[in-house]
Design a protein around this ligand. Sequence first.
Ligand SMILES: [Fe+2]
Length: 279
Amino acid sequence: MEVKDIVVPYTRSKNKKRLYALGCAHYGTVHCLEHELDDMIYKIAHDDDCLGWIEMGDSAEFIVLSDKRSDTSGLADWMLTREALKDIAGTQAEYVAMKYRSIAKKCVGKISGNHEVSVQLHYNKDVQGIMCEKMGVTDLGYSAFLRLYFKRENSSESHLATGAFTHGSSGATTIPGKVGALVKFMDNFSGCHFYGYGHVHAIVTDIERVYLSCQGKNGGGRIKDFVAKGALTGAWFTTYTKGSSSYGERKNYNPTNLGCVVYEFEVEDSEVKITIRKA
Ligand SMILES: [Fe+2]
């Protein structure tokens, strides 16, 4: 687990800031919806109120030829060269860094997914390290706290919003099961203001949990509650693709809700209000 702190300057008139959570791109397969992902990259690059974005892992497929999951019929066209096939994981890691080049400076850090971990553990290929180095971004490991310090310009006023993000690990195939995994993660790290959970290839943005605490001085304790917000952060992997069957299709998974999510922060009345929606 890692911790990353970011200072977010704001002014009274420009007090809305956005954080994108984008993951499960699965570059390298025919199931990755590259054109739509290109549009999202463009959108993030040109969003002037974007405080940053977090990469949520499973950036590419990273399944090498000797892996029992290997299926060359599902490789993207740009992978079908002698050079690329010699080093599938390395080629895909370089490709990811190239695709995110225009928004690398806005990236607050990169989460590692199970696909990154698997190729590291079984084939000793540190694709997460390659991508983080090429993009010049912080390696946030499998899960991380992200603390956003909103500081008003020309003022001592500041507000903290703490987030917790993980690639996730659930094998749930239904929306209630996937949301259950997110809620479990939120409750394990209760105390944060916003949460993001990848891996399950779904977008759900309206999960709220109310957490209670007892605050105040000795003899004057009062019960304080706050509402934390969480999201399943989506994917760009089509379960059903014309001309090729994905492992998701072969397991009869439900079609994927493609895309990613955006957290919007607004400092108002000495509070950071958070809303999450599909980006
Ligand atoms: Fe994934």
